[in-house]
Design a protein around this ligand. Sequence first.
Ligand code: FES
Length: 151
Amino acid sequence: MENLPAIERTIEAIVAAKQSLPGALLPILHEIQDGLGYIPSESVPRIAKALNLSRAEVHGVITYYQHFRQIPPGRHVLRVCCAEACQAVGGEALAEHARLRLQGSDLTLEPVYCLGLCACGPALQIDETTLHARVTPQKFDALVDALEVDP
Ligand code: FES
């Protein structure tokens, strides 16, 4: 096991620790993403074999849930709320602004469906730790500027 690259060792350890849990697939996927930031494609056959599932079944679950990433995230992850209450107060325009602003940057933009700030949208989350309310395109740009200046 020591010769395996670090990613494979991480996957191997997570699968081995969780494979006997009832409904082990989601806990395994969550822990891999928490540990690596995404679900590497090479984990699919390993998970499928351990859980006696087909690769298509594992892949289907990964692609079904918006939460799971199949590629490594950027330096920071920005989630714009795309749920109804935020959409009603400019969320759609903010999401489009964010998409254009972050094109080619090392920041990752993801949709999210409600951050619990419905009364003061549009809402934005940065790195699962910081929530921002009433985010205008101007406020978004200032937040991104700060991330670019102070990584
Ligand atoms: S709808 Fe956007 S935070 Fe709830």
